[in-house]
Design a protein around this ligand. Structure first.
Ligand code: ANZ
Ligand code: ZN
Length: 837
């Protein structure tokens, strides 16, 4: 009775699956198809527990659906461009390509070691020319369709390193390497017209029934559709060549409560006024010192500069409002100008208090309309007051009335404004897809001719100085203009890596050598039926991929509206944190318990355990999966990843947990090892088995893996207790198929041990017999004077007299009654018996 030995078994079956091409998806299969995909990893070095959890979940679905008769596409690849490779090049003096490819090799081995049912024949890495060359072709297709354009826009500029910084490289307003205060600079950048699809991307969310509500809400907010009024404020006196400007409001109903107007520091009027107002110029410069991220601007303290000018209220020519330049007004939202109504907007109220501006209530809600406004703006429902012709109207009616008045008098019009901006895809970096454009002094912007694709990244680049290595490469950017033949310059910007991840799932479905994908073949697989990944991608990646898919449909390349019909966002893997007496983070390997006290192993000094948190390098609470897999085998690790927590919640890694999983793997093996054909039935076990078959299937369909795991524990318990019988032998055989998606190596080993032909990976999912799913016995509570004393199991629908007799024969009940006979017996059929003593 040998133990299950994962060391030998894991590699044996991984090799068998690979050699027999078990998980290679067949493009011409006659079976129904399904596409299961986990977000592909960034090859940062080694896989982490988050990957293991994510890919295990996807694998269970893929294997289960295969067993249910589907042709499953379940591919894997690498999101291989991006900044960390350039940072490694700078710090460790390795080429980003060598660093990335070495990481891929390591991580591929690690994933293979977990026995995932992946179609490795479709593996791709976005940093290889066969991928990014096709991406360049798609970029040119979108360019030809008018969905790509070039525009001046602000970037974060590091004045010491002379380089553009990504938002995440700006830390507290300073460049991450130089520490210099970051400036905003204008550069020509490439944009994709995602805003053309804003309506579609918003409306399309409704159809995504198998998406988490919270993700849809995040996308909706990001797209940010606002309806309101756009109108013109006239300056009381023209200034700097301006006689007025446009504002946008979602609350035209509050126009009678206006107390100031404000424009963005980047507004052309502000810039014009600053030309002969040094103080204003200084104010604007201060505002620009904040990074470009909207979040930075929103959290910064609200500040204004009084221009001394005023604007005329559109509903009353005698009413003048002071004009401020204010740091909270964004130039790229609405019109870059607003009016403030302090009584009904918190930000305006804070601003009004700071600059002693009037506060007039115009909406009467729950509170006393006569009371002065305190520290809190009222933003709830109500009726209009102090508002002339709209007095008494509801907010909605008042909005309509003001818009109607503005349109009839010609000073404004109803309009829709979107928060969504066009997608800026230019990155001034080396390790990305080169943008296939040539700049010619004569011809202007010229697309690289198709036959010159791919535009390859040069290999000989240096990272010893900051900035874009493509730009300072001695020869790469100098080319002939494809149109006029004169000397011209290559675009040296590369594409945002979110472009790479916006279509990889299409390339997985079809990857011909001569085009991005074959329409027919890709459409056979798409959309992805089940996509799984981290909630951190809830907005950008998912929105960009949705946009890219719709853009391809728009230009007729792919007839798919939504790329991912099912989405699941899994929780994180967490672990206890540890600290030394000095408050330094300690790794789990550095501490141990001695006489019940946690100590630092190296010094023996006391240490303490802290909160359970997401595994992260900074808190040193990372557990590397590799040694764990070596010790316990892939199946125990996979099993642990699925047990304990619902998949959408965090999972706390623990030694006890993995040991429990390991013991369970061995228990299943012992059942298999100890079973033999036998005679006789076991009706209870048959029912238990068939309920488990049905339940596990339902749980996996509902992505409730922890529940499936719990049911399998119960079934294994029951089989361990059962006496030898034909039922028991069948149950063991079935258990092997039921655990196969979760512990596939053990399942193959067991399948062979049971003498079954072929692979369990190719075996069909067991079928539940509906006749065995109905309960035909019930558990009945026995009470004495209303208190629960015992339970009994009786056939469903048993007559009252039988139940009475059964209850009275219970030893416990006889003990409680102590010889007395009950005065009265109440029987609720199939539920309870109450004996009144
Ligand atoms: C007057 C007003 C009164 C406003 C009131 C709100 C409440 P959403 O819903 O996000 O679209 N706004 C307009 N353009 C802006 C810009 N470029 N930068 C900063 N704020 C801007 O928000 C629209 C509201 O945000 C607009 O409605 C405007 O303030 C402000 F009781 O106008 B409101
Ligand atoms: Zn030219």
């Amino acid at each position: 009775n040998a133990r299950f030995n994962p060391k030998a078994s894991d590699t044996r079956w991984q090799r068998v699956w690979e050699e027999s091409r078990t998980f290679v998806a067949d493009d011409s299969s006659a079976k129904p198809r399904t596409y299961v995909l986990e977000m592909f990893p960034y090859p940062s070095g080694r896989i982490h527990m988050g990957h293991v959890r994510n890919y295990t979940m996807g694998d269970v679905i893929a294997r289960y659906r295969r067993a249910k008769g589907y042709e499953v596409l379940h591919p894997m690849g690498w999101d291989a461009f991006g900044m960390p490779a350039e940072n490694a090049a700078f710090e460790k003096k390795v080429h980003p390509g060598s660093w990335t490819r070495a990481n891929i090799a390591t991580m591929r081995d690690q994933l293979k070691g977990l026995g995932f049912a992946l179609d490795w024949s479709r593996e791709l890495a976005t940093c290889e020319p066969d991928y990014y060359g096709q991406e360049q072709a798609l970029f040119l297709d979108l360019y030809a369709a008018g969905l790509v354009y070039r525009k001046e826009s602000s970037v974060n500029w590091d004045p010491v390193d002379h380089t553009v910084l990504a938002n995440e490289q700006v830390i507290d307003g300073r460049g991450w390497r130089s520490g210099a205060l970051v400036e905003r600079r204008k550069l020509n950048q490439w944009f994709l017209k995602i805003t053309d699809f804003a309506d579609e991307l918003l409306d399309g969310l409704d159809a995504l029934e198998a998406w988490p509500e919270k993700v849809k809400l995040m996308q909706e907010n990001w797209i940010g559709k606002s309806q309101g009024l756009r109108f013109r404020f006239r300056l009381a006196q023209p200034a700097a060549g301006f006689d007025g400007f446009e504002v946008f409001t979602t609350r035209p109903d509050t126009l009678f409560g206006a107390s100031f107007a404000a424009i963005s520091p980047d507004h052309p009027l502000a810039e014009a006024l600053a030309r002969d107002n040094e103080a204003l110029g200084g104010f604007i410069a201060d505002c620009r010192a904040t990074g470009t991220a909207a979040a930075d601007i929103e959290t910064a303290e609200k500040k204004g500069f009084d221009t001394g000018l005023s604007v005329v209220h559109p509903l009353d020519p005698d009413w003048k409002l002071p004009l401020f330049v204010a740091n909270f007004v964004l130039m790229d939202y609405g019109t870059g100008a607003v009016f403030g109504c302090p009584a009904h907007d918190q930000r305006d109220l804070d601003f009004a208090r700071k600059y002693a501006l009037p506060v007039k209530r115009v909406v009467a809600g729950g509170d006393d309309p006569e009371a002065p406004v305190g520290d809190e703006a009222y933003t709830g429902p109500g009726r209009l007051i102090n508002s002339g012709f709209i007095d008494g109207l509801s907010i909605e009616d008042a909005k309509k009335a003001v818009i109607a008045r503005a349109e009839s008098e010609g000073w404004g019009q109803g309009t829709t404004v979107w928060r969504l901006r066009d997608w800026g895809v230019s990155r001034q970096r080396y390790w990305g897809t080169p943008i296939p454009i040539i700049h010619c002094e004569v011809c202007g912007v010229v697309p690289v001719p198709r036959k010159q694709l791919p535009v390859l990244l040069p290999e000989d680049v240096t990272f010893d100085v900051p900035g874009n290595p493509l730009d300072r490469h001695p020869s790469w950017k100098h080319v002939e203009c494809p149109q006029c033949g004169k000397p011209a310059r290559r675009e040296t910007d590369t594409l945002d890596t979110f472009v790479d991840s916006s279509w990889y799932f299409i390339r997985f479905a079809s990857q011909p050598g001569d085009k991005p994908f074959d329409k027919k073949v890709a459409e056979q697989w798409l959309p992805v039926a089940q996509y799984i990944g981290g909630v951190e991608h809830a907005i950008l990646h998912l929105l960009y991929a949705r946009f890219w898919t719709r853009a391809l449909r728009h230009i007729g390349m792919l007839d798919v509206a939504e790329p991912f019909t099912g989405l699941f966002t899994q929780g994180m893997v967490t672990h206890e944190t540890y600290k030394s007496a000095e408050g330094q983070w300690l790794s789990p390997d550095d501490v141990e318990k001695r006489d019940g006290q946690l100590v630092e192993i190296a010094t023996g000094a006391p240490a303490s355990a802290g909160r359970v948190e997401k595994m992260s390098k900074s808190k040193k609470n990372v557990i590397d999966p590799s040694p764990i897999i070596d010790q316990y085998g892939a199946d125990a690790v996979r099993w642990f990843m699925l047990s304990d927590s619902p998949p959408e919640r965090d999972l706390a890694w623990s030694e006890a947990g993995i040991e429990g999983a390991w013991r369970f793997v061995q228990r299943v093996w012992r059942l298999v090892d100890g079973t033999a054909p036998a005679d006789g039935g076991d009706a209870d076990l048959d029912r238990k088995l068939h309920k488990t078959i049905a339940g596990v299937g339902e749980d996996v369909d509902a992505l409730q893996f922890n529940k499936a795991v719990a049911k399998l524990y119960e079934l294994v318990n029951a089989v361990e207790k059962a006496k030898p019988s034909a039922s028991r032998h069948t149950a063991v055989d079935t258990i092997v198929r039921l655990v196969a998606p979760m512990m596939p190596h053990l399942a193959e080993e067991a399948w062979a041990r049971l003498g079954r032909e072929g692979l369990v990976a190719d075996a069909p999912w067991p079928e539940a017999d509906p006749a065995l799913l109905v309960d035909d016995s019930v558990t009945i509570a026995i009470q004495v004077n209303g208190k629960l004393r015992d339970t009994l199991i009786a056939p469903k629908g048993a007559p009252k007299a039988d139940i009475e007799a059964l209850a009275l024969s219970s030893e416990k009940i006889q003990g409680v009654l102590a010889g007395a006979s009950p005065k009265k017996i109440i029987v609720v059929p199939d539920r309870l018996v109450n004996l009144v003593a």
